[in-house]
Design a protein around this ligand. Structure first.
Ligand code: NCD
Length: 309
C-alpha cells in the first residue's frame, strides 16, 4: 500500500494497521534524512501549512513546525492567545480567513474534544489533529509506538502499561487505539478516580497497584496529572499520588526484569517520575521527541500527496 486510507489525521480511531505500517516505513526514511548534515528535502515546496494552536504546547508545536520546514513547506503559525478569537470570531470564520490566503493544510490543537472532526466537515482543507481536549493526540501515539518498535524490535505481543491520569489524557486514548491495532497488550494503571468507568470495554486491563502493573509490563508510559482539566481534586494530595503512582529508582530496581520507561512530556519531575528514572538509560523520553519529527514529516508528506491528486 502506498497511500493512507484517510484524507485527514483526526484520530487513531480512523486509521487501520496498514496506515500505521506505511507511516512507520515513511518515518524510517525521514529519520535517516534528519540525521544527515543537510536535514532537509524539497518534497513539499508547493504546500502551505498553518499551525493553529488554541492550547499551550512546547514539543508538539515545535516538532510540527520543524517537520514542515524539513519538508520545505511554507509555514504560518497562529496562537489563539494573540488572535481575534479574543474579539469573538468563530472557529470556522477564523479558519476560513486563513484558508483564503491559499493554505493547504491545517495542524490544530484545541481544548474541545472533536474540534478537528467538526472543522473537517465545515472547511475545505486537510486537517491534522495535534490534540483535541481529553480526546485524541494521534501523532503522539504514533511516535510512542514507533519508539517502542525502535527499542524492542516490534510492538506486537508487547505488554504496555499506561500509568496516571487516564481520565483526562488524550495521549492515553490514542495510545490504546494505536497499540491495539498493532497487537500489543494494553493495561491502564492509576487511582480509581482517574480511570474512566467501563474502560475495560476497550479491551484494556485495569490495575490500581503500580508494582503489579510494572511487573507485568515491558513498557511503562508515565503520564502527567492534567491539573488544568480538573475543577475538583481527584486524589488527596500530590504527595500521596507520588507515593502510590510515582515511578522512582528503588521501585524500578525492585522489578523482576528491565522495563522501558516512556513519558510524552512535559514531565513533572518528582511527581509521576523521579529525575533518576527520567534521566536513566531505561528511559527513551528524548528518543520519543526525536522520533516525533520523523513521524510528523511522514504524516504530513503522506497527507499532502493525497491533496495533490
Ligand atoms: C501531552 C499533551 O499535550 O497532550 N504532551 C505532548 O503533546 N507531548 C501530554 C501532557 O500535556 O501531559
Amino acid at each position: 500500500m502506498s497511500e493512507l486510507s484517510v484524507n485527514h489525521l483526526l484520530g487513531i480511531k480512523y486509521l487501520n494497521k496498514q496506515d500505521i505500517d506505511l507511516i512507520f516505513k515513511t518515518a524510517d526514511h525521514f529519520k535517516e534524512v534528519i540525521n544527515r548534515p543537510i536535514k532537509k528535502v524539497p518534497s513539499l515546496r508547493d504546500v502551505t501549512i498553518a499551525n493553529l494552536f488554541f492550547e499551550n504546547s512546547t514539543r508538539t508545536k515545535l516538532s510540527f513546525e520543524l517537520a514542515q520546514k524539513r519538508l520545505s513547506a511554507d509555514v504560518i503559525n497562529f496562537s489563539s492567545a494573540q488572535s481575534s478569537v479574543k474579539k469573538g470570531e468563530t472557529l470556522i470564520d477564523t479558519v476560513n480567513n486563513i484558508l483564503s490566503m491559499k493554505v493547504d493544510m491545517l495542524v490544530m490543537r484545541h481544548p474541545n474534544p472533536g474540534a478537528g472532526v467538526f472543522l473537517s466537515k465545515h472547511v475545505n482543507a486537510c486537517i491534522i489533529n495535534a490534540g483535541d481536549g481529553a480526546h485524541e493526540h494521534p501523532t503522539q501515539a504514533l511516535l510512542d509506538s514507533y519508539s517502542i518498535r525502535e527499542k524492542l524490535g516490534e510492538v506486537v505481543g508487547k505488554n504496555v502499561v499506561i500509568v496516571g491520569d487516564i481520565l483526562h489524557s488524550r495521549v492515553a486514548l490514542s495510545n490504546i487505539f494505536a497499540l491495539q491495532l498493532q497487537g500489543a497488550n494494553v493495561m491502564v494503571c492509576g487511582p480509581k478516580t482517574l480511570i474512566p468507568k467501563h474502560i475495560e470495554k476497550l479491551g484494556v486491563k485495569v490495575e490500581t497497584n503500580l508494582k503489579k502493573a510494572l511487573n507485568w509490563c515491558d513498557v511503562a508510559n508515565m503520564l502527567r496529572v492534567q491539573n488544568e482539566r480538573m475543577a475538583i481534586s481527584y486524589f488527596p494530595s500530590t504527595r500521596e499520588y507520588t507515593q502510590q503512582f510515582g515511578l522512582n529508582k528503588t521501585l524500578l530496581n525492585s522489578l523482576d526484569k528491565e522495563i522501558t520507561v516512556m513519558h510524552p512530556g512535559p514531565i513533572n519531575r518528582g511527581v509521576e517520575i523521579t529525575s533518576d528514572v527520567a534521566d536513566s538509560n531505561q528511559a527513551i523520553i528524548l528518543n520519543q521527541v526525536e522520533n516525533g519529527v520523523a513521524i510528523r514529516m511522514a504524516v504530513i508528506y503522506l497527507l499532502a500527496s493525497k491533496i495533490k491528486q
